[in-house]
Design a protein around this ligand. Structure first.
Ligand code: F6R
Length: 613
């Protein structure tokens, strides 16, 4: 997730751009850049690291000019380096682009352009857009953009500026956010309204398939066939901080609701239905290496560890490989038995967690091939692993992880299908079914989020409970662990999770009327066992059972006979169910913490990135 700003007007463009980018820094910031039209020519400045580095550079050597585009980058394709930072230029050097999103067919486009003599300066998919539009340019920038986009697959928001067209900045939106701002003799483009609020409160929300031009005539919106569209200008009353949260009360809630988009990004470009193949996106992990693997060890902490536990079920099922999952802080102080035929997977949102990093280094020392399932690919872990499976879920601001968790699980599913195919443990027909299911996943998550009001009502009823027990089985045992962690870390309510079959070996003694039990009982191979476990607990003589709440599959009319409350989620294949089932648990934790008035985005004693032991 990157940030885009564009400016046409009379002010110093670089000031407006940097000011706007500062508001968008929450979208990611491993590098930043601006291009400004100065004396009829484009001048570009790019810096790695925080935006301040760019601002300092512009302070030392200002760029004069009142038209420009700017970008903060959160690396997805290519590491955070100056040459990968935006803006990118076309072959002529007269056209620049800033881009947010993923060009899924960028490799094919790049090869075609290279064959035609184009030379690329970066590893990004975005540079392909610049060259492609440049190659379509015949004197009319909007026409060139329209023409080029016919060849582009993926999600994007982008802004283009050509030095021969100082009067027009062109923006396009397809699956990534872009808004236009209307001012007095000036207009703006931005990834979201927070970047505009210092200058204007009049905003045009763009839709997918819109092309927008800003310039002396103000804002013009058209479709890709150049039919002008009516301009709907909205008045925004948010303050900039609320705007960063897109109107949500907390980042956690925003991130929960972002999951259809974050999962689309994680899966983007990886599911090739036509060829019935998975593209992991990092050529360094070759099929030969994967075929040579005899065992997998996953190292991670906290929520990422639970994603690893789901990964164990997935990889064992699809790739028939033995998988061990270790809490990284334990792994590093054991003498783990590892060899070069063991693939070690480090899962981490931040890529900076000290324990996971130490475990990874130990694995490397022992000669294991390593794979990072990482969100911040420019992080230390991202640089040290042999190959990266980038989550591409955008920066996560809330300390309690939500969208990164579901992306981690989705990434493990993608890896599982790929490994299964490479190792021929998964039939082509089953792979095709899973690829189809994964394509449908973001839409299913959107549908699941519709249950939010029901979860809120449940939270009202249980917010004052002192204890909570979460039960799950099979691939949803980790879901129970993750649900309990979410609740305890933001509401400070004591919550435990057990594999439901373990209850009778001790924990069942805990149960009394004050202990709500949340049982994950969605359609699965162990559904009947789960129902028996619920019944076992309820039929204890002499001990009243607390309320049992089930997360169950829509259409399951039986479940109501066994439990007191039900949260229904959409039906889905069992392998995908940890993603769907996590959503009501995320919402429940959020709603209870909100009712209790807790500091949701920054819970006590916790930090987003745990870089110490
Ligand atoms: C819980 C949470 C933590 C992290 C853990 C690992 O909501 O966010 O448990 O999952 O600290 O962090 P990363 O994924 O950055 O390695």
């Amino acid at each position: 997730m990157c940030g885009i700003v564009g400016y046409w007007g009379a002010k110093q463009a670089s000031d407006v751009l940097v000011g706007g980018l500062r508001r968008l820094e929450y979208r990611g910031y491993d590098s930043a850049g601006v291009a400004v039209l100065t004396g009829g020519a484009l001048h570009i400045r790019r810096e790695v690291g925080k935006l301040q580095a760019l601002a300092d550079g512009l302070g030392r050597a200002p760029l004069e000019g009142s038209v420009g585009i700017g970008h903060t980058r959160w690396a997805t394709h290519g590491r955070p380096t100056t040459y990968n930072a935006h803006p990118h230029t076309d072959a002529s050097g007269r056209l620049v682009v800033v881009h947010n999103g993923i060009i899924e067919n960028y490799m094919a486009l790049k090869e075609k352009l290279q064959a035609a003599g184009h030379v690329f300066q970066s590893d990004t998919d975005s540079e392909v857009l610049a060259h492609l539009v440049g190659s379509c340019y015949g004197g009319d920038l909007p026409a060139a953009v329209r023409h080029a986009l016919q060849q582009v697959e993926g999600t994007y928001a982008a802004a283009f500026l050509h030095q021969d067209h100082p009067d027009t900045i062109v923006g396009v939106r397809h699956g990534a956010p872009l808004v236009a701002g209307v001012g007095e003799q000036e207009s703006f483009l931005a990834s979201d309204v927070s970047a505009l609020l210092d200058h204007t409160r009049s905003v045009v929300y763009l839709d997918d398939g819109n092309l927008v031009q800003i310039g002396p005539e103000g804002v013009r919106v058209s479709d890709l066939a150049d039919n002008a569209l009516p301009l709907e200008v909205h008045r925004v009353d948010w303050n900039p901080a609320a705007a960063e949260k897109a109107g949500f009360e907390h980042f956690m809630l925003k991130e929960i609701h972002e999951q259809p988009a974050s999962l689309t990004n994680t899966l983007g470009g990886r599911l090739d239905q036509a060829a019935n193949r998975i593209h992991l996106g990092d050529q360094r992990l070759t099929e030969d290496t994967l075929r040579g693997i005899r065992r997998v060890v996953v190292v991670a902490c906290g929520t990422a560890y639970y994603a690893g536990l789901v990964g164990k079920y997935v990889l064992e099922e699809l790739a028939r490989l033995p998988v061990e999952v270790d809490v990284a802080s334990e792994f590093r102080y054991r003498r783990p038995v590892l060899d070069p035929e063991t693939l070690v997977i480090a899962i981490s949102q931040s890529g900076e967690t000290a324990d996971t990093l130490a475990a990874l280094r130990e694995a490397k020392r022992l000669g294991c091939p390593t794979l990072g399932v990482i969100n911040a690919i420019g992080s230390t872990m991202g640089r040290e692993v042999d190959a990266v499976l980038a989550l591409q879920s955008g920066p996560e601001i809330s300390v309690a992880s939500t969208k990164a968790y579901t992306s981690m699980v989705a990434a493990m599913l993608v890896l599982g299908v790929h490994l299964g195919q490479v190792r021929t443990t998964l039939s082509d027909a089953d792979a095709a079914g899973l690829i189809r299911d994964l394509k449908h996943l973001p839409a299913l998550v959107t549908k699941t989020l519709e249950m939010a009001p029901k979860v809120r009502a449940l939270a009202e009823a249980f917010a004052l409970s002192q204890n909570f027990l979460f039960l799950g089985r099979g691939i949803n045992y980790p879901t129970a662990l993750e649900g309990a962690l979410k609740l305890k870390e933001i509401s400070y309510i004591h919550a435990e999770a057990y594999a439901a079959g373990e209850m009778k070996h001790g924990p069942i003694a805990l149960i009394n009327e004050a202990m709500p039990v949340l049982a994950i009982a969605t359609r699965s191979a162990t559904y009947d066992k789960m129902v028996s476990n619920i019944q076992e607990a309820r039929s204890r003589k002499g001990s009243a059972m607390g309320t049992v709440i089930a997360v169950a599959t829509e259409g399951d009319i039986q479940i109501a006979h066994h439990v007191d409350r039900v949260l229904f989620v959409p039906d889905c294949p069992e392998l995908l169910s940890p993603i769907i089932n996590a959503i009501p648990l995320q919402l429940l934790a959020y709603d209870i913490a909100r009712i209790l008035g807790k500091d949701i985005d920054q819970p006590r004693n916790l930090a987003k990135s745990v870089t110490v032991e």
